[in-house]
Design a protein around this ligand. Structure first.
Ligand code: ARG
Length: 402
């Protein structure tokens, strides 16, 4: 009996060639596993392509709801942005796909799983670290990394083996897409001086050509879960889709950055994540009303660590669980609504209200009804500045009088 290998299959050239190559090289049955994370798949066409490439079987799993709830939502709630900007789009889908690879491998008695990543990116690290955490005994194969074929050689291999070569528009780019956003790399983008051409984008219109009038949208949260947009209750997957469409039409959510990959390379990355831009802004708007100061500051620091950890492929790790527990604690109080204005590429919170708001109008007001103890401020400042004053007097005795 042949060995069985489960391959994370996308339907593209790399994984189609990898499929056939694995089957031949290892004399194995290769199960193609296609996970729908909202990238917009034609399951029938992809299944046919996998079978034509030599798959012994194809499994298609609709994981959109699981992806939204278990992976996207924690990142939204944490406000986690890698290097302060990247909402972790691809970094989030890899641990989910890794989990399904392991589950299918177990169910089918496979001896190995496989992915189609090259040796230069972060995704290989994420897949393999996820599998290492969930199934330390399972082998992971990385044919694309091992074979070292150029694109021309891959196309030649595909043609020799009767594998259909998918001709995509935007051929020059390397694209990854899920319901949280889209990443675009390579081709003309490799020159960091060159502005990304319009055809790189699919989820956002350019701010110059965006809707001419501003639009204010209301996003409602219950204990950290976004539940409604403009009063209409939506399940999480639909809500993310709606948020993306609204923000994308206003040119909101484009990111152009030089990113530090885990594998040591600086790369030029273009992202479009309109849903993330809108929902993260809205979430922050409600959270800032309910989150006590020190907690808010610490959360912000930990959010950066949380983002880096996820970026670096450590979703299944004890530190993730500990940071997640911290984030979860904060999330419970985020119940309220934010008003966000979308206009020609900008996305700004212009109003917020929350059930457990800590905003005290009496304390904040400069008008009638002020309840702040002004006299207490003088005493507070005396004690607060005492160490500084003492230091100044000791180090600059001629100029400072105490
Ligand atoms: N640089 C981003 C990341 O590391 C995007 C990766 C996109 N992956 C891809 N296979 N095109 O998360």
């Amino acid at each position: 009996m042949n060995d069985t290998i489960v391959l994370a299959y996308s339907g593209g050239l790399d994984t189609s060639v990898a499929l056939r190559w694995l089957a031949d090289e290892y004399d194995a049955d290769v199960i193609a596993l296609l996970i729908d994370v909202g990238q917009g798949i034609d399951a029938e066409a992809v299944t046919a392509r996998a079978l034509a490439a030599g798959a012994s079987d194809v499994e298609v799993i609709d994981a959109r709801e699981e992806f939204a709830t278990d992976y996207v939502l924690p990142v939204l709630q944490a406000g986690a942005l890698y290097e302060g900007r990247y909402p972790l789009v691809s970094a989030l889908s890899r641990p989910l796909i890794g989990r399904h690879l392991v589950a299918v491998a177990r169910a089918r008695g496979a001896t190995a799983v496989a992915h189609g990543c090259t040796g230069k990116g972060n995704d290989q690290v994420r897949f393999e670290t996820a599998v290492a955490a969930l199934a330390p005994d399972l082998a992971v194969l990385a044919p694309v990394r091992d074979w070292g074929m150029t694109r021309e050689q891959e196309i030649a291999y595909a043609e020799q083996h009767g594998i259909e070569v998918p001709v995509k528009s935007g051929e020059a780019f390397s694209i990854d897409h899920n319901l949280w956003g889209r990443s675009i790399e390579a081709g003309p983008l490799e020159d960091p001086w060159v502005e990304a051409p319009e055809q790189a984008f699919a989820l956002t219109i350019s701010p110059e050509r965006a809707l001419p009038a501003p639009q204010v949208v209301e996003i409602e949260f219950e204990q950290g879960l976004p539940v409604a947009i403009d009063g209409e209750r939506l399940d999480l997957v639909s809500l993310i889709g709606r948020a993306g469409a609204l923000a994308g039409a206003h040119g909101v959510g484009r990111i152009d950055m030089i990113e530090n990959r885990l594998v040591g390379i600086k790369s030029r990355e273009i992202y479009e994540a309109p849903a993330a831009a809108l929902l993260m802004a809205a979430y922050g708007g409600v959270e800032e009303l309910v989150c006590e100061r020190d907690l808010a500051h610490t959360k912000q620091e930990l959010a950066l660590q949380y983002a880096t950890l996820i970026y670096n492929g450590l979703w299944y790790s004890p530190l993730w669980a500990a940071l997640q527990a911290f984030m979860q604690h904060v999330t419970g109080s985020v119940t309220g609504t934010a008003k966000v204005k979308l206009y020609r590429g900008s996305c700004a919170v212009v109003g917020r209200t929350a059930e457990g708001s800590l905003y005290d109008h009496g304390l904040a007001t400069y008008e009638e009804g002020d309840s702040f103890h002004h006299g207490a401020a003088a005493g507070f400042i005396h004690v607060w500045s005492l160490p500084t004053k003492t230091w100044a007097a000791a180090t600059q005795p001629d100029t400072v009088e105490v």
